[in-house]
Design a protein around this ligand. Sequence first.
Ligand code: PGA
Length: 250
Amino acid sequence: MRKKVVAGNWKMNTLPAEGKALAIEVAEKAALVPEDVQLIIAPPFTHLCGVQKAVGETRVCVAAQNCADKVSGAYTGEISAAMLEALGLKYCILGHSERRQYYAETDARLVDKVALCLERGISPIFCVGENLEEREAGKHFDVVGEQVKNVLFTLTPEQMANVIIAYEPVWAIGTGKTATAEQAQEIHAFIRSVVAEKFGELAEEITILYGGSCKPSNAKELFACPDIDGGLIGGAALKADDFIAIAQSY
Ligand code: PGA
């Protein structure tokens, strides 16, 4: 059985006190979500400590939204995987399209980030996805396949077993335009087949999330697809009720 995950990516939203309140509300309402769904919230770095304390021993796990591609040293403004581990974090979003697009995140850098997180016992939530131009040109399988191969094919099977993949078509992020369940299922199955090229049967165990305008009204249909194991939620994760309603869609 693959792990089901619903993760909230708060991006650069909320101030620390609001973030703490949102985390507490999510933790309080978590009992409404089926027990086999892992709930994760990813607040900004400045709230990690407070949110981690606020959710305490509840079933809600806290993730970072990024980490450095270096171990430590003179890298002003960066946060290392060891620092995230010291806070007790178990997950870190890596390779989000906004980081690839606005902060020149390359596959080469992601190879290092993924490895450093795994060394610290942190599971990467590794994001892939094509932009609109690539989708319209019919290149989405090639683009997503390369993103998966360039980074995840550098891992050992033991490392790969701790990775979560998130497919997020760039044209669906924050646009209100969701991939149809058919489009999402098609590419999720493709991603699994690419993972299987290198890792064989392990591909069946890998959790693959859908992200991009996922909301309470469409989550059920998406999560019903055989290769969709949950969601990476942006805008809708900023309201505890919506986030919980999405997680209840299993
Ligand atoms: P969205 O963002 O749900 O607001 O489209 C998803 C994401 O970027 O992770």
